[in-house]
Design a protein around this ligand. Sequence first.
Ligand code: BGC
Length: 246
Amino acid sequence: MEVLGIDIGGSGIKGAPVDTDKGTLLAQRYRLLTPTPAKPQAVAETVAKISKKFNWKGSLGIGFPGVIRRGVTLTAANIHDDWVGLNAAKFIKKVTGRKTCIINDADAAGLAEITFGAGKDRQGVILLVTIGTGLGTAIFSDGHLVPNSEFGHLEIDGVEAEWLASDAARKRENLSWKKWGHRFNHYLQTMEKLFWPDLIILGGGISKKHEQFKQYITVQAEVIPAQMMNEAGIIGAAVGACKYGN
Ligand code: BGC
């Protein structure tokens, strides 16, 4: 099947047509800046521009940076509050004129890695953490997703993990790889004490920098970088949004 995968992020909105059987992009991805403020109308119009760019007539599979249940946005940590309570699937369908399915962005990236990437053919409990503007998580047990886990908001010493250990935190505080690596390791240690995953996959743009910080990671679980890098969000949204979303 061919679906236009779209990844809505804190800084950019990216899309490309995806072959959902092979998990590959059918054309080079197209990226536009996330509008500020990132209100529903402005974001949906940006999605429509991406759809028009590919002259798309089929469905859209969207990854969104918040909790999504049956098409409705329930949280919006790094995007405008106006999304909360909105049926995002229906709203984007109205603006774009395309059938729209929507799921959480980290769940989308996780589905791509489990189906085609670093978690392919792996059993047991797998935790995927996407490190970007926020910290997104996806949890799988023997390949089955438990949707909408939000462990980037886990409080560590009274502070949200996302505030301390996201890539945005590293940039905001100008942290060395060593300092950030220790912080992120503390987060993974906390998650390990609670979930005991067999495998941890690290995604987001920072997965390219795995070599810079892997020496600071001391958890017992095997920790590996995501394989699909920037494309996981797009591919997973195309593959998973209609299956797991509304
Ligand atoms: C949101 C998650 C999202 C993550 C990555 C967090 O702030 O609450 O839903 O997956 O950021 O975008």
